[in-house]
Ligand binder design. Structure first.
Ligand code: G3P
Length: 217
């Protein structure tokens, strides 16, 4: 399973990409709006760091506007993926841009029916938001199981990109279900490293070694 960072923060992206475990980046208007500097320049910098798919979202809600913005985003860098919302215009624009060879990530997906439309429209990625479903009392991960099953039934090539991941359980469950990608904020990726027994075990190994080979001897 691929791991993407859901962030527009260059420093966080640099720090995690340096570890060699990051395959791509997703952004959204809320994330990019938080960062200083020109957002297009920031997206180019992110592409240069991650050298993998980087999603940049259109602001327009009209078909023609989505096409124009989408083409501009795609031209920023070969790694750019155009993020479009799951609306009628978004699905229409997804079909047109995908036919032109531009990769599209269909976002704000909250049902299996919507995910089916994204695949039919040739999306490269579909982004179901599990955390936001959890927030309204629905089990977000159930949706991932449904989408994986539907895409497998018909060999759709659209990759299931689990978004709005809020904790390591989302990521492990996504991996068990066979999702293609999880995108998570840096803080959630940091949590993947943690286990108290790792720290306790390492501490003991080092103390035992120090007893046998005291420093300076
Ligand atoms: O980028 C889309 C998604 O990952 C947003 O997550 O936590 O704002 O629901 P969240």
């Amino acid at each position: 399973m691929k791991l993407f960072i859901d962030s527009g923060n260059i420093k966080d992206i640099e720090t995690l990409c340096a570890l060699g475990i990051i395959d791509g980046v997703t952004t959204n208007p809320s994330l990019l709006a938080k960062e200083p500097g020109d957002y297009k320049e920031n997206l180019k910098k992110i592409c240069a760091i991650v050298k993998g798919p980087v999603s940049g979202e259109v602001i327009s809600t009209e078909y023609e506007g989505m096409l124009q913005e989408g083409r501009e985003i795609a031209k920023l860098d070969e790694h750019m993926v155009v993020k479009l919302p799951l609306t009628r215009n978004g699905i229409h624009a997804c079909k047109t841009l995908s036919n032109d060879g531009i990769r599209v990530n269909v976002t704000l997906v909250f049902s299996a029916a919507q995910a089916l439309l994204a695949a039919k429209a040739g999306a490269t990625f579909v982004s179901p938001f599990v955390g936001r479903l959890d927030d309204i009392g629905q089990t977000g991960m159930d949706l991932i199981g449904e989408i994986v099953q539907i895409y497998d039934n018909y060999d759709f090539e659209t990759e299931v990109l689990v978004a709005s991941c809020r904790n390591p359980i989302h990521i492990v469950d996504a991996a068990k279900m066979g999702a293609d990608i999880c995108t998570c904020p840096a803080v959630v990726i940091d949590q993947l490293f943690n286990h108290p027994l790792t720290n306790i075990g390492l501490d003991k190994f080092l103390k035992d070694w120090e007893k046998a080979y005291p420093s300076g001897k």
